[in-house]
Design a protein around this ligand. Sequence first.
Ligand code: AMP
Length: 536
Amino acid sequence: MTDTAPERREDETAPESGPTDRFTALGLSESVIKAITALGFEEPTPIQQQAVPAALAGRDVIGQAQTGTGKTAAFGMPLVEKVNPADRNVQAIILCPTRELAVQVAEELFKLARFRRGITVVPIYGGQPIERQMTVLRKGAQLVIGTPGRVLDHIHRGTLLLDKVRFAVLDEADEMLDMGFRDDITEILDKTPSDRQTLLFSATISPEIRALAQRYLHDPVEVRSVHRELTVPLTEQVYFEVRESEKIEALSRLLDLSEGGRALVFCNTKRNVDEVVSQLRARGYSAEGLHGDMKQSQRDRVMARFRAGAIDVLVATDVAARGIDVEEITTVFNFDLPQDEEYYVHRIGRTGRAGRTGQAFTFVTGREHWKLRDIMKYTKTKIVQRQVPSLADVEEVRTHMFEERLRRAIAEGGLERYVARLERLMLEGFSSLEIAAALLRLQNDEAAGPTEQGGRSRATPGTVRLVIGAGRNQSVRPRDILGAFAGETGIPGESFGLIQVDDDRSSIEVPEAEADRVIEIMSHRRIKGRGITVTR
Ligand code: AMP
């Protein structure tokens, strides 16, 4: 293990002290834990670790945290825990700089409150008809999330009363000040009882933020993710900018390009682990998941198979990966960008062990760029950007790798036996070029994965067979078809039926109800770089 890798602690990976315990330890009760379990969180993020107990204890909190650190849940969990469902008055007011953030925060709070009956969460922001918001507010809501301007508007109209507020949250306080909401914020806070509990989150703690805190927070606890010196192992670090929906396709292509070796894919939640595993399997990879909910015996079984090389891809959460010590992991994928820089280092510490070089591939979506910059800053390394390889690149490299293997085999010699056989075939009138070409095609078919043979002409019940105007001669393989159809339509891979590839055409069974939509989408798309016709 490298010195930065977390030590192996059985008590952390054993299911008996499972994921929920790590949240229970913060002081959260059953209904919130149930919501966390449904969200698939395995352990509190560093900011939650510090902020939740303080907030539950009634302390004011200044949290230095950016988006992506789990800050919303850091204040959301204690709020949901502490508001009184029996009281319909507004008990918590959460101020956010933008309507997008207000909606996001409301969604997360809604999810966290799912198992506490009687809690209503209402976002109010400019751009939405104010009358509709009034109707909702009139019915009573304990948690109100809003942008300062619209919140003030409601206060002035008398449709939002803050005199029963027990909690105030300033989310992305620095952003709100930058946007000129200072006076609005103070006016709103002055409308709330002064004995309320106040939580302030901000990416930066400027003198202006300090002044605001001085005025409105009482003896606050300050929490932040602490940054230690982090050493990064000998690993080539690359990032790819992708949309969330493109990640699985990008992962498949990168896996196709890596010759053999073991890949470890990290996700932030066990839900994502399950999702990635099932999507990879649908695309023909042997993938298994590892997460904190699994029994020790299940994990041991998965790990043994991974070590033995029976699994190409292991998909894991950070918690589950703590038990992993496998030599020769060639590539680590950050399918989800980790919530903390330190996790990043732990993750990529799984490759490049013992002086070997490895690769770390990180997927970054547009709004996560700042987080990547933070990771580079604290790890003092450069993560270089690369483009996701195109399908043509994948094909090119695969052919190239095969040619390399051919060259090596020729150089190694010992081919006399095979030469004798070929000579026999050539006596039947075939040219050596023809034989070699046929062998290549058979090899290519095999690499493409199993096709079901037998020429079934009727589709499986509940599905419709769509015909694609490209096949083996255009080097289309079942995996390409499934990848394109699942990737472009968003329909899970396992929902597709039989895939057949013939010389110049192929077919795929798609769910009947989706057939028209699939034809519509796929008629404008390409497989292996070529436009295709899709017909029923
Ligand atoms: P935020 O920093 O609030 O923008 O959160 C970023 C993302 O992390 C959101 O999608 C949350 O649902 C998710 N998240 C929050 N807490 C955790 C956790 N403990 N484990 C995994 N994901 C989390």
